[in-house]
Design a binder for this molecule. Structure first.
Ligand SMILES: Cc1cc2nc3c(=O)[nH]c(=O)nc-3n(C[C@H](O)[C@H](O)[C@H](O)COP(=O)(O)O)c2cc1C
Length: 366
C-alpha cells in the first residue's frame, strides 16, 4: 500500500514537490575554505536527490562571511559563489526534487577563528560552553546589514536555480538568539517584548518576499521550546511567531523537534504538531523533524497535521529512503555505520568525522 508520504506536495505560489519526504538540513563541512561548493557536498546532496527525496535542503549556509560557524561550510554570501550554487541547484532539480537552501548566520556561534571578528548577537551574554566568546550587541545599522545579507542570499538562491530558501531560526543561532528571552535583553525595538524579539526574523521575511518571485518558496525553521543551544523560548510565544510569519507570506514552517514522539514541555499532554497546525492557515506547509526512523512514525505526523516529514540521520543511513519506504515491509537499518559504509553512502571522511559528535552514529574504527 502506498504511503501518504508518497503523494505530491503543493506550495503556495505554485511549486510542487513530488512527495513529502524532506531531507533535513545537515551541516557536513564538505565545501571549500572560501565557502564555495565542494565536490563532496555536491555528491552527498545529489545522492539524496537521486534517492527520491521530494525536497532536498542544504546545510546551514552562511549569508555573510561573519556569520560562518563551521570550517568547510557552504556559503551564499557573494555572487562569486554562484557557479557552485547553480551546479548544486541543477543537480538536485535533475532528479525531480525541490532544492531549498538553508540561510544562516551563527551570531554568538560564529567564532573569531573563522571570521576574524568578535561575534555579534542581539545582546552581550555568556554562553555556557567555554569555546564561545562573549558577543557584542549589534548596532541598528549592523542589524540592517544582517537583514540585507539574508535578503541578498535569498535572491542569489533564486538566481542559482533553487526552488526556495529556509531561514534558520532554530537551535540558538543568530535569528534564534534574537527570538530568545535570555539571549536578547535589548530594550529597543529589536527586543523588549515578543514582537520586538521577532522583528529581525519578520523583517527578513518581508524583505525576501519583496525581492523574490511569488513562486519562490520561503520557509523558516523554529525550535518551539528550549532544547540544547536554543534557550529562552516559550511555546506560546513560538506559536505567536508562527502566526506572524504566516501573515508575512511565509509558505513553510519547519519545526525542529529532535524527537517527534514527545509532547511539549510546557503542556505535557499536548503534541507540538497539532498546536502549530492550528496556529497556521492551511496554505502554510508544516514540516516536522526529529528521530523519524520508520514510515509509521512519519505517517503519524501527517495524521497530527504535518504536511511533510524531514529526515536527518535516517537519510544519512539510507540515501534512497523515499524509494525504499514504498515497501511497507521494509525495515530500515540503524547506526552505527563504519567509515566504509558511510563512504558508500556519499559521506566523505570530513563529514564522517563531524558525525562522531553524534553518539553511536559512527562505528569506532577497528
Ligand atoms: C550531522 C548533523 C548536522 C546538522 N546540521 C543542521 C543544520 O545545518 N541546520 C539545521 O537546522 N539542523 C541541523 N541538524 C539537525 C537536523 O536537521 C535534524 O533536525 C535533527 O538531526 C533531528 O532529525 P533526525 O533525528 O532525523 O536526525 C543537524 C543534525 C545532524 C545530525
Amino acid at each position: 500500500m502506498s504511503s501518504p508520504l508518497s503523494s505530491p506536495l503543493a506550495f503556495e505560489g505554485g511549486r510542487r514537490a513530488p512527495n513529502r519526504w524532506w531531507l533535513a538540513p545537515l551541516t557536513n563541512q564538505q565545501s571549500l575554505a572560501d565557502g564555495s561548493l565542494g565536490d563532496a557536498e555536491l555528491a552527498w546532496l545529489e545522492r539524496r536527490a537521486a534517492g527520491g527525496f521530494g525536497v532536498v535542503e542544504t546545510c546551514a549556509a552562511h549569508v555573510l562571511p561573519e556569520g560562518q560557524t563551521w570550517p568547510g561550510q557552504l556559503g551564499i554570501f557573494s555572487d562569486a559563489l554562484l557557479p557552485g550554487l547553480s551546479r548544486l541547484a541543477s543537480a538536485i532539480a535533475r532528479h525531480g526534487g525541490l532544492g531549498i537552501v538553508q540561510l544562516f548566520h551563527g551570531g554568538v556561534r560564529a567564532p573569531r577563528r573563522l571570521t576574524g571578528e568578535q561575534p555579534r548577537s542581539a545582546s552581550a551574554f555568556t554562553e555556557e560552553a567555554p569555546e564561545f566568546e562573549t558577543p557584542r550587541a549589534m548596532t541598528e545599522p549592523e542589524i540592517e546589514h544582517v537583514i540585507e545579507g539574508f535578503v541578498q542570499a535569498a535572491v542569489r538562491a533564486e538566481r542559482a536555480g533553487f526552488a526556495g530558501v529556509e531561514l534558520h531560526a532554530a537551535h540558538g543561532y543568530l535569528l534564534g538568539q534574537f527570538l530568545s528571552r535570555s539571549m536578547n535583553v535589548r530594550q529597543d525595538a529589536w527586543g523588549r517584548d515578543a514582537a520586538g524579539r521577532a522583528r529581525l526574523l519578520l523583517e527578513v521575511v518581508r524583505g525576501v518576499r519583496r525581492r523574490v518571485s511569488p513562486a519562490f518558496v520561503l520557509g523558516a525553521r523554529l525550535s518551539p521550546e528550549d532544547a540544547g543551544a536554543a534557550r529562552g523560548l516559550d511555546l506560546d510565544e513560538s506559536l505567536q511567531v508562527a502566526s506572524w510569519l504566516a501573515d508575512e507570506g511565509l509558505q513553510v514552517l519547519h519545526l525542529s523537534l529532535w524527537d517527534v514522539a514527545r509532547c511539549t514541555r510546557k503542556r505535557p499532554a499536548e503534541h507540538p504538531t497539532p498546536l502549530f497546525r492550528a496556529a497556521l492557515p492551511s496554505n502554510v506547509r508544516l514540516v516536522v523533524a526529529g528521530s523519524v526512523w520508520s514510515r509509521e512514525t512519519a505517517e503519524r505526523q501527517l495524521e497530527l497535521g504535518a504536511d511533510a516529514v524531514a529526515l536527518g540521520r535516517a537519510a544519512i543511513v539510507h540515501p534512497d529512503w523515499p524509494r525504499r519506504a514504498e515497501d511497507p515491509a521494509w525495515q530500515p537499518r540503524r547506526p552505527p555505520l563504519t567509515a566504509t559504509e558511510l563512504a558508500e553512502r556519499a559521506v566523505s571522511p570530513v563529514f564522517a568525522k563531524y558525525l562522531e559528535r553524534w553518539e553511536g552514529f559512527v562505528a569506532p574504527s577497528p
